[in-house]
Design a protein around this ligand. Structure first.
Ligand code: OAD
Length: 267
């Protein structure tokens, strides 16, 4: 596998592995890029098909839903359809294996994601979701969770209803929406606390597949750095983030298994 990478990149992977092998508190933040190799477009990718004239940033807002709930609901139903048959790629699998190894060795390995898909869970990870869950719904007005076949997804995704028709809340008649954090909304308190604690206490913070543009999630790397952590970024198109110590400019699905292999070899 190493042969696929340039000598410079191999040296960087080895530098990262050496650093990681000596540390026992690791925090990983993933973004849309970690799911790209599973076939899920990232947010910065141009939308396709029916939605090519819309920007994700204009649909993922409470104002957009209040103005045109059917449009926003339809977009999420389309996204669900896009994602429902996708499976974890080698990056998700390596992260799950790493987390399980860390648990066995009584080390701390916290996985935080901005993604609303469930590919980390499918791979076997325990993960904190900062931006909610694509497969859950709740009332936009009273917040009551809505249980239907979309919410009650269990692995028989064939049975999911992707109907575009709006659904209303049994309690208050408000519209049901995806249980996702939209632009301008607060992050779930417990998830954010877990993320802040892990970032502030880790020795190495790894950003995987995120443009690091959306706050507060993007601030976690800064919090880690302020508390003395080293920063590793994995992104084929590295961000202009000047606080990063090691950049692995390669696809996560290529480099994550390799990095894990090297860390295990050195531990
Ligand atoms: P973005 O779409 O902003 O960024 C994805 C990043 O992944 C880019 O920097 C790509 O270069 C990188 N990338 C692409 N393919 C990759 C691969 N195979 N391996 C590694 N990296 C790869 O996604 P996020 O940073 O996750 O919020 O976006 C953050 C938030 O903004 C999202 O959670 C979403 C969005 O709008 C909400 O929906 C609230």
């Amino acid at each position: 596998m190493l042969a696929e990478l340039s000598p410079k990149l191999i040296a960087e992977v080895q530098r990262a592995a050496k650093l990681l092998a000596t540390k026992s508190r690791i925090c990983v933040l993933t973004g849309a890029g970690v799911s790209a190799e599973s076939g899920i477009p990232t947010f910065r990718d141009k939308q396709t098909g029916l939605w090519q004239h819309y920007r994700a940033e204009d649909l993922a807002t409470p104002t957009a839903f209040e103005r045109d709930p059917k449009l926003v609901w339809s977009w999420y139903q389309w996204r669900r359809q896009l994602v429902h048959d996708k499976t974890p790629n080698p990056a998700h699998l390596a992260l799950a294996e790493w987390q399980q190894d860390a648990k066995k060795n009584k080390q701390s390995f916290t996985l935080i994601t901005q993604n609303v898909d469930d590919l980390h869970e499918q791979a076997g990870s325990t993960v904190t979701h900062l931006h909610g869950h694509l497969w859950r719904n709740r009332c936009h007005d009273c917040g009551t969770p809505f249980q239907n076949e979309v919410a009650a997804w269990d692995s028989s995704k064939e049975a999911i209803n992707f109907d575009d028709e709006l659904v209303t809340c049994q309690h208050c008649d408000g519209y049901i929406r995806p249980d996702i954090v939209w632009f301008g909304e607060a992050l779930p308190g417990q998830a954010w606390q877990t993320a802040e604690d892990a970032a502030a206490n880790c020795e190495v913070f790894i950003s995987v597949g995120t443009s690091s543009l959306v706050y507060p999630a993007a601030g976690l790397a800064h919090l880690a750095k302020q508390n003395g952590a080293k920063l590793i970024e994995i992104n084929p198109d590295p961000t202009p983030n000047t606080i990063v110590d090691i950049t692995l400019a390669v696809k996560a699905g290529v480099v994550m298994p390799l990095l894990l292999q090297q860390v295990i070899a050195l531990s």
